[in-house]
Design a protein around this ligand. Structure first.
Ligand SMILES: Nc1ncnc2c1ncn2[C@@H]1O[C@H](COP(=O)(O)OP(=O)(O)OP(=O)(O)O)[C@@H](O)[C@H]1O
Ligand SMILES: [Mg+2]
Length: 231
């Protein structure tokens, strides 16, 4: 049981609007174990981002249950959700979501400064420098994100996502805003991280990149319709 990082039990999500209800997730069951690399693909509107938002505690379920490392996180207060998010989850988004007013170093340091673990300044410096080294961006620590290429920005976002050593890394279309060479570079970093033990759940449209995951899920109309485990 202990190596199950993520468990969804019959999760449903309805967006209730004035005139229409949208059923974005219609009963998703999902188990992700430590060290897995799972991809989720499927047509536009099938619920991929909704699923990732729920996994990242950015949104709540309408029905069903969600457990992270055995703890029921289905019904948390906003503060409780933020605390678990900060300590257990790393995010990488299509749009990088870096803060242009902060240096590269301070962007990567953010999760540590928001952590409830009270990292010392020395610990923060050490971890941020290690993170920047991992993505080969140490030479840009003092730059601002808007002075970097898209591929470089995404590598900074990866360092930021990993600096607090999250239990699981959630990735939404990480290559969507990148040329193919930068995209390949980002995917190589993710594959390397997974080989070193990081648990990854990635949403992607790109079948070539979905193939790099060790388990591939297909979402269709709010349900997982197919899973593939390459030999
Ligand atoms: N905040 C919201 N309010 C109302 N409906 C929403 C909301 N967010 C998503 N939806 C609806 O839920 C369904 C799933 O959306 P979602 O963003 O999860 O799709 P997706 O698979 O990520 O699509 P894409 O590949 O285009 O990013 C869609 O029909 C969408 O219109
Ligand atoms: Mg989406």
């Amino acid at each position: 049981m202990s190596d199950i990082k993520i468990l969804l039990k019959d999760v449903k999500k309805v967006f209730e609007m004035e005139d229409v209800d949208t059923y974005a997730l219609r009963g998703v069951n999902l188990e992700i174990r430590a060290g897995e690399y799972v991809s989720i693909s499927g047509p536009s509107g099938c619920g991929k981002s909704t699923l990732l938002s729920i996994l990242g505690l950015l949104d709540t379920t309408s029905e069903g249950q969600y457990f992270i490392e055995g703890t029921d996180v289905t019904h948390l207060s906003i503060d409780e959700a933020a605390e678990i998010r900060n300590s257990k989850i790393g995010f990488i988004f299509q749009s990088f979501n870096l803060i242009d007013e902060l240096s590269v170093f301070d962007n990567v340091a953010l999760p540590l400064r928001y952590s409830t673990e009270n990292f010392s300044a020395d610990q923060i410096t050490k971890r941020v420098n290690e993170g920047l080294e991992m993505v080969e961006m140490s030479h840009r620590a003092g730059h601002q994100p808007n002075q970097l290429s898209g591929g470089q920005q995404q590598r900074i976002a990866i360092a930021r996502a990993l600096v607090a050593e999250p239990a699981i890394l959630l990735v939404d279309e990480p290559t969507g805003n990148l040329d193919s060479k930068s995209g390949d570079n980002v995917m190589a970093i993710l594959a390397d991280l997974n080989n070193k033990g990081t648990t990854i759940c990635m949403v992607t449209h790109d079948p070539r990149y979905a193939n790099m995951a060790k388990r591939q899920l297909k979402l269709f109309d709010g349900k997982i319709v197919m899973t593939e485990q390459p030999a």
